[in-house]
Design a protein around this ligand. Structure first.
Ligand SMILES: [Zn+2]
Length: 83
């Protein structure tokens, strides 16, 4: 996996053209461990609906938005930019 930010990583799954993202989901903080579906507060999400503009450095369009916690930003030039 590649680190984009302290709370954001991405990696490439063998059968996916687009990267999969893991974000530290603040919506899960405070939820008891035994009530969580995921391991800790990390949530994985694919980006198959996004356009892979460039793989190296990573560039996806349009912006990424996770409705679980409202994390929203752009991945351009291999960098995470909060929107
Ligand atoms: Zn989230």
């Amino acid at each position: 996996m590649t680190k984009l930010a302290d709370d954001m990583y991405f990696g490439w799954l063998a059968n996916e053209a687009n990267p999969t993202f893991w974000h530290w989901c603040s919506a899960l903080e405070g939820v008891p461990e035994d009530h969580r579906v995921h391991d800790g507060c990390w949530v994985a999400a694919g980006t198959s609906a996004h356009t892979l503009v460039s793989r190296e450095p990573l560039h996806l369009e349009p912006s990424l938005l996770w409705p679980c916690c409202g994390t929203h930003g752009f991945v351009r030039d291999g960098q995470w930019e909060a929107a």
